[in-house]
Design a binder for this molecule. Structure first.
Ligand SMILES: *[C@@H]1O[C@H](CO)[C@@H](O)[C@H](O)[C@H]1NC(C)=O
Length: 408
């Protein structure tokens, strides 16, 4: 009988430390590849991840912002002179507003019956007006065919009469090009309690009133000429004013709050937002209708219908701010050090497959061990097979690492 071996306890297994054995290969080629890959990974992390992407910062992407706008300028339209109250809608100075540049007016409309004005409702007899859909652009069909003018007959409708004719040509208020837009924008990054407005702090009221935005010369001036906004968005103002359109004024606040308060500055950029639908034949540009109501002499309700073409301005504010934080710094530092190990994968592939003497390296790197149950237990012939199995099991367990013991 062999002396009884000390039984390894679960506890000593748990407190064992396992560390991988290393094979040092004195090969100039693999060594150089290894160092080059490590250098590449290290410079990627330092240059791109840390310095460029500022991975050491906590980022706040929820930007609280308020926008107030004010348009100024006087334009001539037909025989009238229009001011802000006439051509800006809605008048509250919101971040989305329209400067109306062209209007088709249909005055003195009243409820009643009259011939439809659209060419598709041309008719010869009452029967032509029956099969069509019940409602038209301007009203409900009565089913009768009535004279529109001396030569033309159209279906009769019930609704606001006379109906609008929107195929007439009307002038464009090109003076809108010289109108100015004042944008007051204040932003807040709630995570850092950081607040700022787009007004230059040291500029006097007089300077502020006279300045006009320019991307290079006056990048911080909050007063923009409408013609410039169209030009910076790559659009022709006259064409835009004729068909209508949507322009985006983007104000970006991308701030590094590790630097001083003064260096967190807005950046303006301009784009046409409805560029995709611009060439669509069914609905190019932008227009909308609205009406003004009043009472006639005899008390009947009348209205003036306006089909307005205009440039809609959408002021869009976006941004994020970053500030040094210990948690992202630690996480990214650990990620950097772990990633340096990626080099060994590449080096192993080269070492074991493509290098001269690959077989030799392979033999030294991978130690072949026969299956555990193969060698019999020669020192205990009296013990039965199940006993031996048990011994073997215990032996295996004793060489186990602390980590695999956890799985037992
Ligand atoms: C806009 O202003 C400039 C300079 O004051 C003037 O030359 C130009 O004619 C104006 N544009 C329109 C469309 O009135």
């Amino acid at each position: 009988m062999p002396p009884p071996r000390p039984q390894p306890s679960c506890l000593s297994d748990f407190f064992a430390y396992e560390t991988p054995k290393s094979v040092v290969v004195k090969s100039w080629v693999v060594g150089a590849v290894n160092r080059a890959v490590q250098l590449l990974i290290l410079s990627y992390f330092i240059g791109w991840v840390f310095l460029h992407e500022k991975a050491y910062q906590v980022r706040d992407t929820t930007l609280e912002s308020s926008v107030v706008t004010k348009v100024k300028g006087v334009g001539r339209y037909g025989d009238r002179v229009l001011d802000t109250a006439d051509y800006v809608t809605p008048p509250q100075g919101t971040s989305v507003f329209v400067v109306v540049t062209r209007q088709i007016l249909t005055e003195n409309q009243a409820q009643g019956v009259c011939p439809e004005s659209e060419a598709t409702y041309r008719c010869a007899t009452d029967r032509d007006c029956r099969g069509k859909s019940l409602t038209t652009g301007s009203g409900v069909l009565t089913g009768r065919c009535v004279p529109y003018n001396d030569t033309l007959r159209t279906c009769e409708i019930r609704g606001w009469c006379p109906p609008e004719v929107d195929t007439v040509s009307v002038p464009v208020m090109l003076e809108a090009e010289n109108f100015t837009l004042f944008i007051k924008n204040s932003v807040r990054f709630p995570l850092f309690g950081f607040e700022k407005a787009n007004l230059p702090p040291q500029a006097s009221a007089e300077e502020l009133r006279r300045c006009r935005f320019h991307p290079e010369r006056q990048p911080l001036c909050p007063i923009l000429r409408l013609g410039d906004v169209a030009r910076f968005a790559g659009q022709d103002f006259a064409a835009l004013a004729t068909t209508g359109g949507v322009l985006g004024i983007k104000i970006g606040w991308v701030c590094d709050l590790d630097r001083s308060w003064e260096l967190c500055l807005p950046r303006y950029s301009f784009t046409r937002l409805d560029g995709v639908t611009r060439h669509s034949p069914s609905s190019p540009g932008y227009n909308f209708r609205h009406a003004r109501y009043y009472r006639g002499h005899n008390g009947t309700e009348l209205r003036t219908l306006t089909k307005a073409f205009g440039i809609r301005f959408d002021v869009l504010v976006y941004g994020n701010a970053g500030k040094f934080g210990i948690v992202p710094t630690l996480i990214n530092t650990v990620a950097a050090f772990t990633s340096i190990g990626v080099g060994t994968v590449l080096c192993d592939i080269i070492l074991l497959n493509f290098l001269k003497g690959a077989e030799h390296y392979k033999a030294r790197k991978f130690e072949e061990v026969p299956e555990a149950s193969v060698p019999p237990a020669p020192s205990s012939p009296t013990a039965g097979a199940p006993r031996a199995m048990g011994d073997q099991g215990r032996e295996k367990q004793s060489t186990d690492s602390g980590t695999s013991s956890l799985g037992l």
